[in-house]
Ligand binder design. Structure first.
Ligand code: U2P
Length: 226
C-alpha cells in the first residue's frame, strides 16, 4: 500500500473510534417503581388494564437515564420508534410487572411506548429496545421490594409508617438507599407512591444514588391498600 493508501486507512480507523459504540450520554438510571394503590388513590382516575386488576405489588414505572446534577435527557431519538415486535417475548411479563393504570383501560403498549420514546431512546448507547425492557424486568425481580417491606413489618394495609423505617428496610434489603416519593390521597394523607433505586449505566447493577429525587414525603406516610 502506498503512502496515500496508509493515510486513508488511518483516517478510516481514526473515524471508527468515534462512530463505534458511543460513550453513554447520561450518568446513571433511576429505576422507578410505583405502588398501584397510591396511583389509584388520588383525585385522578385510574383504570385497570384489559387483563384485569394487577397484583398488589409494585409495578415498574420506568428506567430513566439521569444526570448527576438532577436533570435528565428525554425523547432523544425520534427515529427510534417503539416496535412491539421486538419485545413480543416479554409481553406477558410486562403485563404482570409493568402494568398500565391510565385511562381508558388498555393493554399497556401505550405506556411502554411512552417510556421507551421518552427515556429508553436516551440510553440507546448502552442498550437496544429489547434490552431496555428486559433489564427493567430483571431489576424488578432483583429488588423484590414488596417482600423486603413486608419482611420488615411494613404492609399495604392503610397503616402509617415512618419514612426512616421504610428507607432503612430497603437499604438493608438491597444495599443502597432508595428515594421515596409520596402523593396525596383525597383526604390529603401523604402516601407511599414511588420508590427510586439508582442503577449503573449498564442498567444492571444497583448503586448509591448520585442525587436523590425530591420525594415530598413527611416523616410518617401511609402505605395504602390495593
Ligand atoms: O415527575 C413527573 C414526571 O417527570 C418525569 N421524570 C421525573 C423525574 C425524573 O428524574 N425523570 C423523569 O423523567 C416522569 O415522566 P414520565 O416518564 O412519567 O412521563 C415523571 O412521571
Amino acid at each position: 500500500m502506498g503512502a496515500k493508501g496508509w493515510f486513508i486507512l488511518k483516517l478510516l480507523m481514526f473515524q471508527g473510534l468515534f462512530v463505534s459504540r458511543p460513550q453513554e450520554d447520561f450518568d446513571f438510571f433511576y429505576f422507578v417503581l410505583q405502588w398501584p394503590g397510591a396511583y389509584c388513590d388520588t383525585k385522578r382516575a385510574c383504570c385497570y388494564p384489559t387483563s384485569g386488576k394487577p397484583a398488589a405489588d409494585f409495578g415498574i414505572h420506568g428506567l430513566w437515564p439521569n444526570y448527576n446534577g438532577g436533570s435528565w435527557p428525554s425523547n432523544c431519538d425520534p427515529d427510534s420508534q417503539f416496535d412491539r415486535s421486538q419485545i413480543s417475548d416479554l409481553v406477558s411479563s410486562l403485563k404482570k410487572n409493568w402494568p398500565t393504570l391510565s385511562c381508558p383501560s388498555n393493554e399497556g403498549f401505550k405506556f411502554w411506548e411512552h417510556e421507551w420514546e421518552k427515556h429508553g431512546t436516551c440510553s440507546e448507547s448502552v442498550m437496544d429496545q429489547h434490552e431496555y425492557f428486559e433489564n427493567a424486568l430483571k431489576l424488578k425481580e432483583k429488588a423484590n421490594l414488596l417482600q423486603i417491606l413486608t419482611n420488615s413489618g411494613i404492609n399495604p394495609d392503610d397503616g402509617f409508617y415512618s419514612l426512616k423505617k421504610i428507607t432503612n428496610a430497603i437499604k438493608n434489603g438491597i444495599g443502597f438507599t432508595p428515594g421515596i416519593e409520596c402523593n396525596k390521597d383525597p383526604e390529603r394523607n401523604d402516601q407511599l407512591h414511588q420508590i427510586y433505586i439508582c442503577v449503573d449505566t449498564s442498567g444492571t447493577e444497583f448503586i448509591e444514588c448520585p442525587v436523590l429525587p425530591r420525594g415530598r414525603c413527611p416523616s410518617q406516610l401511609q402505605f395504602s391498600k390495593f
